[in-house]
Design a binder for this molecule. Structure first.
Ligand SMILES: Nc1ncnc2c1ncn2[C@@H]1O[C@H](COP(=O)(O)OP(=O)(O)OP(=O)(O)O)[C@@H](O)[C@H]1O
Length: 573
């Protein structure tokens, strides 16, 4: 994370200088105390007290000022750094392809973007400074003590040995346990998120208690691991408290003997013990600062795990100028990571500019996977998809995604106004274009919403019906006037009458675009110029609806039930 600290180097240097000065003032005070005891107090001269008292007051005031300056200067870089990492993480998450998001629990990503970043910030804002400051203070004070009276100084220095040994052991154990706590918290966040999204299903199936039990098990797991962590650190913290305090007792005993023997002045012993008291806090706090450092490192690891993932789908070098939309799938194979068999294999299909192809296949046959290849939500594992003869991997992603628009079967609407949701892919659309897209998708209901196009639709557009959401998604896709329009079963939630109206309007749009329409119903198939039958991961037949009905039994089976009920049946045969 060094690169994040780089812009703040001058400020950090300033902070370190202030900190060093602060340590200096902290050491100066007991030394002044020594002068007071050995000088005016020992000699019984009250007059000498005033200048030394004033000096101590000045040094004390300077120390307070330095602390204030340090805090003030530190907070800016630390908060700025947290915001920059957070922004970069979010930007990176947006760049990472579907394959990454499919493989990661969203709760894990959520906890990394929130809890882990806060842990890093706390360490950088507090722990890191104190860690170095305490080490410095320990070293400098020990040196001063050695210089004052070396036998006792040596005793103090020796107490560092058990501290270092135990700290190293503690550190190893703590790394493991804090990683476990953080991962388990991520799993817990995933459960909360899933149950919030799936609350309808949970309620409908009366699974409240079951869901609670699952959550409880996960929560107890976090509790158990956290308790282990606390037990480990409390043992360590107690040990750290004991060492300097018992050393202090020994120093007092041996020091008093030395003063008695005339080897040490009383003032020196007073200064020695006061300085030693200054060591108690740095040593005792070393425990939780080391713990904080470990947690921050674990968090940094967890954040970097995401940041270091190189997006498997990269931008191509070429912009697509004036695309015609001649789409070809050439020898495509697609296999999900870790899957034994490919979903698509040796798949060939051509869609000419202005032509519309309906993809028909059994459920789970890979239709959605096939459509996801066009805007490069997924990349084929073998073969290539071309637009106007150029491999789409050679196109800039932004350019490709301007050419291709997709409307999904289960569309996501964002927590913003209808207008913002519609113009997601085309910010500069005029009112007229917006109105036309709404008409094409038969989404005029938006005008009846309380604030028309400015109505905010709830989280994921939950306040709208499935059919309304599909129509908004369709309007969103056609609004950008794409060269290639992909409709992944977009009309499935519409009633027959609305579907017929939408199709009528869509026919106009599809005349100017290359279309891929995933279809389960005969009525939708009629939108297309030709039909491609997807079976066993490949396109087995391409032809008109009429021809496939006549010649391919499986095609007939797939659409038969529907054809019987379809009002346009007469026209089909
Ligand atoms: N992320 C994934 N990892 C592994 N396998 C997956 C993944 N997504 C989908 N699959 C599998 O790939 C196959 C094709 O899925 P796909 O969604 O493309 O089918 P589909 O034809 O669109 O189905 P439907 O008509 O039901 O929407 C299915 O067997 C599915 O289980």
């Amino acid at each position: 994370m060094k690169s994040y600290l780089r812009p703040y180097v001058p400020r950090l240097v300033f902070i370190w200088l202030i900190t060093l000065l602060g340590i200096g003032t902290g050491i100066a005070l007991p030394l002044i105390g020594k002068e007071v005891v050995d000088g005016p107090v020992a000699r019984g001269e009250a007059a000498g007290l005033l200048p030394l008292g004033l000096l101590a007051l000045g040094v004390g005031a300077l120390e307070a000022l330095l602390t204030f300056l340090r805090r003030r200067t530190l907070i800016g870089p630390v908060l700025g750094l947290e915001t920059r990492i957070r922004d970069d993480l979010y930007r990176h998450l947006q760049r990472l392809p579907m394959a990454f998001h499919n493989g990661w629990q969203s709760g894990q990503l959520l906890s990394r973007a929130t809890t882990d970043l806060s842990t890093i910030r706390r360490f950088l804002g507090f722990g890191m400074l104190f860690l170095v400051m305490n080490m410095l203070q320990l070293t400098v004070v020990t040196l001063v003590l050695l210089n004052m009276y070396w036998p006792l100084g040596l005793l103090v220095a020796a107490s560092a040995v058990p501290i270092t040994l135990v700290s190293l052991r503690f550190e190893k154990k703590y790394i493991r346990i804090s990683r476990r706590v953080q991962d388990e918290q991520g799993d817990l966040a995933t459960l909360v998120e899933e149950s919030a999204i799936g609350i309808r299903t949970i309620k409908a199936f009366g699974r409240r208690h079951h869901v609670f039990d699952t959550y409880d098990v996960a929560a107890l797991k976090v509790h158990g691991t956290s308790m282990d962590k606390v037990r480990l650190s409390s043992r360590f913290f107690t040990f750290l408290e004991m060492i300097p305090n018992s050393t202090l007792a020994l120093v007092l005993l041996l020091g008093a003997l030395a003063v008695g023997a005339g080897e040490l002045s009383l003032g020196t012993l007073v200064a020695f013990t006061t300085l030693m008291l200054q060591l108690v806090w740095p040593i005792a706090s070393l425990g939780f600062i080391l713990a904080m450092a470990q947690e921050a490192m674990t968090s940094a690891d967890r954040v970097m795990e995401v940041m270091d993932t190189v997006p498997s789908i990269q931008d191509g070098p070429h912009a697509a100028d004036r695309p015609r939309g001649h789409l070809r799938f050439e020898g495509i194979e697609f296999r999900f990571p870790g899957a034994k068999t490919p979903v698509l294999s040796d798949l060939w299909l051509e869609v000419r500019p202005g032509e519309t192809v309906a993809i028909v296949g059994a459920t789970g046959s890979g239709k959605t996977t096939l459509t996801a290849l066009v805007p490069r939500l997924l990349d084929p594992t073998r073969g290539r998809v071309t637009i106007d003869g150029r491999d789409i991997r050679d196109l800039e992603l932004s350019s490709l995604r301007r050419i291709v628009a997709t409307a999904f079967e289960e569309p996501t609407l964002f927590s913003m106004s209808v207008r913002e949701n519609l113009t997601l892919g085309s910010h500069d659309a005029s009112e007229e274009e917006l109105e036309q897209a709404i008409r094409t998708a038969q989404a005029q209901f938006v005008h009846e919403l309380p604030w028309g196009l400015d109505t905010r639709i709830g989280e994921q557009g939950m306040s709208l019906s499935g059919g309304q959401r599909q129509r908004l998604a369709l309007a969103r896709a056609v609004l950008s006037k794409p060269r290639v329009l992909v409709l992944d079963d977009t009309l499935s939630a519409l009633d027959v009458e609305t579907e017929a109206l939408v199709e009528e309007a869509l026919r106009q749009v599809l005349r100017d675009a290359t279309g891929i329409v995933v279809a389960h119903r005969a009525s939708t198939v009629l939108l297309a110029d030709k039909v491609a039958l997807l079976r066993g991961g490949t396109i087995t037949h391409v032809g008109t609806h009429q021809r496939l009905l006549e010649e391919v039994p499986e095609y007939r089976e797939l659409l038969a039930q529907d054809a019987d009920l379809d009002p346009t049946e007469g026209a089909l045969r």
